[in-house]
Design a protein around this ligand. Structure first.
Ligand code: SAM
Length: 248
């Protein structure tokens, strides 16, 4: 039946695609994609040859109308982005919204996402995480955005472009202080994968001493704010300390 399949694709290692994703890509009448050359390359790796429809950041609304019309005509369409999960810091959400609003069927297929891959390899122990995605490029706006996250007691997940990594890390340290842990997850699933954890106070030095730090793709994870429970415990300890001093 007419369905929009939202298909996650690899974030580096071409093998990170599910059997079901490959099956549905091969079954679809057409594939809507962010960059037709990029997707054609992935498909050719798996011997799949399908009509491709460009659906990127700059034409997403128009593409959505076209896709809705094709679905209404009974077609099965797959939607992919350049890497990872469509709609996660990538085009796709407007298309899904339009297709759902038209009362048509949407089926998401799970797969790679850089944020979740980085989180699973970070070892930051917290039941909660907060996905921020890309920070604003301008320093003032970036600081405002970071201040708004300062009190959140969840692991914070950022995407960042390599040419902005140094200034972003400086901004993270200046807003969150030097004590919180940061995890750099660079080039995940690729040949030069690197996962490094250190206090924010040491992060700038680590970048400086890393010859390739301004190349490659990064996810940054920052330890969340200490929770209120921790504050309460510290306060109890402080009062206990005063009482013990009084008693001695
Ligand atoms: N839709 C994708 C997903 O589900 O993760 C994200 C697309 S977003 C335009 C691209 C950003 O994701 C990069 O700038 C980087 O921050 C992160 N990213 C993508 N692939 C990565 C990888 N292999 N290693 C580290 N970060 C990656």
């Amino acid at each position: 039946a007419a369905t929009l399949y939202v298909v996650a694709t690899p974030i580096g290692n071409v093998c990170d695609i599910s059997l079901r994703a490959l099956h549905l890509l091969a079954l679809a009448d057409a594939i809507a994609c962010e960059d037709t050359r990029n997707t054609a390359q992935l498909l050719s790796r798996y011997g799949i040859n399908k009509p491709l429809i460009a659906a990127h950041q700059h034409n997403e609304r128009e593409a959505a109308d076209k896709l809705v019309a094709r679905l209404q005509a009974g077609e099965r369409i797959a939607l992919v982005s350049d890497a990872g999960t469509p709609g996660v810091s990538d085009p796709g959400a407007k298309i899904v919204d339009a297709v759902r609003a038209a009362g048509l069927n949407v089926m998401p297929l799970p797969g790679a996402s850089a944020a979740i891959t980085a989180l699973s390899g970070s070892g930051l122990i917290n039941d909660q995480f907060y996905f921020v995605g890309f920070l604003p490029a301008k320093a003032g706006q970036r600081e405002t955005a970071l201040r708004a996250l300062e009190q959140i007691p969840a692991t914070l997940i950022f995407y960042e472009a390599p040419h902005r990594i140094i200034e972003s890390v400086q901004a993270l340290a200046s807003v969150f202080g030097s004590q919180r842990q940061i995890v750099f997850a660079r080039e995940l699933t690729k040949l030069f994968e690197q996962i490094h954890r250190c206090p924010l106070g040491e992060a700038a030095d680590w970048l400086k001493n890393n010859a390739h730090s301004e190349k490659g793709e990064y996810v940054l994870l920052v330890e969340g704010a200490p929770s209120n429970a921790d504050d309460d415990l510290q306060e109890a300890r402080r009062i206990l300390g005063i009482l013990l001093e009084e008693c001695s």
